[in-house]
Every structure is written in structure tokens, then in C-alpha cells.
Design a protein around this ligand. Structure first.
Ligand SMILES: [Zn+2]
Length: 75
């Protein structure tokens, strides 16, 4: 199941939500209750080792992988 990251535009609160593709996007911030949640693009959301994820690595650029264990795009 993909993990989606959200950030509240009102208070800056960030959260991760495991949702099915068919689930509706979250809009209400659990912290301040404002309907200001914005879905973030998460490179590590799908946890797949593929050539497409390498392009998202901020360190390696167009290299296959940066090799840093902490890199969410290359782990
Ligand atoms: Zn908030």
C-alpha cells in the first residue's frame, strides 16, 4: 500500500498516511483542523527499486544510485 505524505499549509504539520489508491485524499489537518492539507510527492512512497526512482535521487542525479543508506530514493 502506498504511503502518502501530507503537509498542512496552515500550521506546517506533516504526516504520512497509508492509503489505497482508491481512498480519497486527506484534507483536514489533525493538528489544527484546518482543511489545508496538501499531498506531497514522496520519492520513497512506493519503496521500489527501479530505474525510475533513481531519477528522483537528489545526490546521484542521473547515476544509477547514490549509495547512501539514508537516501529515500536509492534505499
Ligand atoms: Zn495544521
Amino acid at each position: 500500500m502506498p504511503i502518502y505524505e501530507y503537509r498542512c499549509e496552515s500550521c506546517g504539520h506533516q504526516l504520512e498516511a497509508m492509503q489505497k489508491m482508491s481512498d480519497p485524499v486527506l484534507t483536514e489537518c489533525p493538528e489544527c483542523k484546518a482543511a489545508q492539507l496538501k499531498k506531497l510527492m514522496s520519492a520513497g512512497g512506493f519503496r521500489m527499486k527501479s530505474s525510475s526512482s533513481a531519477a528522483a535521487c537528489p545526490v546521484a542525479g542521473d547515476m544509477p544510485a547514490c549509495g547512501a543508506g539514508a537516501c529515500p530514493a536509492c534505499e
